[in-house]
Design a protein around this ligand. Structure first.
Ligand SMILES: CC(C)(COP(=O)(O)OP(=O)(O)OC[C@H]1O[C@@H](n2cnc3c(N)ncnc32)[C@H](O)[C@@H]1OP(=O)(O)O)[C@@H](O)C(=O)NCCC(=O)NCCS
Length: 147
């Protein structure tokens, strides 16, 4: 498995994965625009040349925000999400990343387990933040302020 910074061509498969995985999938044009943006924090894991996992975020140094991380269902539970997150955050340190924020559905146990195992800490709760289905958001932080 290779992990590298996302390329514009990845947007097609990533948008297909969005449709398979999320109830509010991102459109290809939005994924493409993050991948192409200077402040995009976008990385892809590949099996051969096929994207199987991705992270999409934004870097406004020294802070970063993660909007999406997902692994193709067939590849879950093998440490790919963890390796992708680790690769992304370590790479972006070179561009000044110190602190990372994210929001996650309170019922998303797998994602909370991934972030917690990496060292993210719970910072707060946003009640009723998500729709379809309704859920609270857990706000998590990693890095300087979270230490
Ligand atoms: C969340 C997600 C990215 C995890 O990817 P993954 O490759 O399966 O995770 P990993 O195998 O790297 O596991 C990382 C850690 O999370 C834990 N974990 C992963 N899935 C879990 C689950 N379903 N239940 C409990 N813990 C879980 C692992 O045990 C591991 O913890 P450890 O390091 O203490 O052993 C994946 O489940 C996914 O794509 N979910 C759908 C998309 C999503 O909800 N994204 C987050 C919101 S944008």
């Amino acid at each position: 498995m290779e992990i590298r910074r996302s390329r514009p061509d990845d947007a097609t498969r990533i948008s297909e994965l969005e449709g398979e995985i999320f109830s509010d999938p991102w459109q290809k044009k939005d994924i493409f625009s993050y991948i192409c943006s200077e402040d995009g924090m976008c990385f892809t894991a590949l099996d051969g040349d096929v994207p199987i996992a991705y992270v999409i975020g934004r870097l406004i140094a020294p802070e970063g925000e993660i909007y999406r991380i997902a692994v193709d269902e067939k590849y879950r539970g093998r440490g790919i999400g963890y390796r992708l997150l680790s690769y992304a955050l370590k790479s972006e340190r070179g561009r000044g990343l110190e602190t990372v924020f994210l929001e996650v559905r309170s019922k998303n146990a797998a994602a909370i387990a991934l972030y917690s195992s990496y060292g993210f800490r719970k910072m707060g709760v946003r009640r009723g933040y998500y729709k379809n289905p309704d859920d609270d958001a857990i706000v998590m932080i990693y890095g300087k302020l979270g230490e």
